[in-house]
Design a protein around this ligand. Structure first.
Ligand SMILES: [Ca+2]
Ligand SMILES: [Ca+2]
Length: 285
């Protein structure tokens, strides 16, 4: 419980930092209130249908007024090549389109990223190896299924037009994290601009400093330098994966420091490999 509180406190601090602290945060709240839509007679928001087992969903995918049946199937086989998850679209006259993804079916959904564009999206998520998930979105144009790029991670939900995806984050060890993705032109998922991986737990947490490190702590809306002594335990709270990490110390202090990427994709701190700073950095294989 105590640990949860610490993490929550750190997230609040990060949130404050990212929005420029209190003034902007309030501003944002007021804007959100002002933009709350007044109810109208027309829109009936599409309810997301999430399936954790194979099954069927009825929906008008392409907005032509006719419902399609979207069926999800799994084929498990001892042969890796034959193990797949499928999405099959059919109408009153039979099969319309189908697509498949290699891997073991994990979950699927029919969702609506943008309630104003008249079309719905299908999400299909497979376990491609042991707990290495991959997600693809599809759109049906009336005759065929268009596939998005493949996202590494497990689709969790769609909120405000963004897909929340969980995945392992390999920065200073392996951590469970969540990232928000938007669907851009060309039906491509990209990380929401400025979004950080929000980490919920470590695979081998925490990590321990073996020599002192100058980090920054948030104090009265300003980051100030702080020297973390050798032996400090650190748990990842958030990271962009390439240039900064937000951590909490063993005694609940929220802090951040810069990282960079060296040769062979190595994480560097102050120009030295991260292994120089931490006793042991374990990565899930
Ligand atoms: Ca239709
Ligand atoms: Ca839509």
């Amino acid at each position: 419980m105590k640990q949860k509180w610490k993490t929550a406190a750190a997230v609040v601090l990060i949130g404050a930092a990212l929005t420029g602290c209190t003034a902007k945060a309030q501003d944002k709240t007021q804007r959100a209130v002002a933009q709350t839509p007044t109810p109208t007679a027309t829109p009936v928001p599409f309810a997301q249908s999430w399936l954790t087992q194979t099954g069927e969903v009825q929906a008008d995918l392409n907005g032509d007024g006719t419902q399609e049946t979207i069926a999800f199937r799994r084929t498990d086989s001892e042969s890796y090549e034959e193990t797949k998850a499928e999405v099959i679209i059919s109408g009153s006259e039979g099969l319309l389109a189908q697509a498949s993804l290699p891997g073991t079916f994990d979950s699927a959904a029919v969702v609506d990223f943008d309630s104003g564009d008249g079309v719905l999206e299908i999400l299909l998520c497979v376990d491609a190896a042991s707990d290495d998930f991959q997600t693809v979105a599809y759109r049906f144009d009336g005759t065929q299924l268009l596939a998005s790029n493949q996202l590494f991670g497990k689709a969790e939900r769609v909120q405000d037009g963004k897909l929340l995806v969980s995945n392992w984050v390999n920065v200073l060890g392996t951590w469970a994290g969540r990232m928000r993705y938007v669907l851009k032109d060309g039906f491509n998922f990209t990380q929401e601009e400025g979004a950080l991986w929000e980490c919920t737990k470590g695979y081998f947490e925490p990590i321990v400093l073996k020599k002192e490190l100058v980090a920054e702590v948030l104090n009265n809306c300003q980051y100030e330098p702080i020297t973390l002594p050798a032996g400090t335990q650190l748990t990842m709270v958030a990271t962009d994966g390439s240039s900064e990490v937000y951590m909490t110390t063993g005694d609940g202090q929220a802090c951040r420091f810069a990282i960079s990427t060296g040769e062979y994709n190595q994480t560097m701190i102050e120009g030295a490999p991260a292994e120089d700073w931490f006793g042991e950095l374990l990565y899930a294989g």
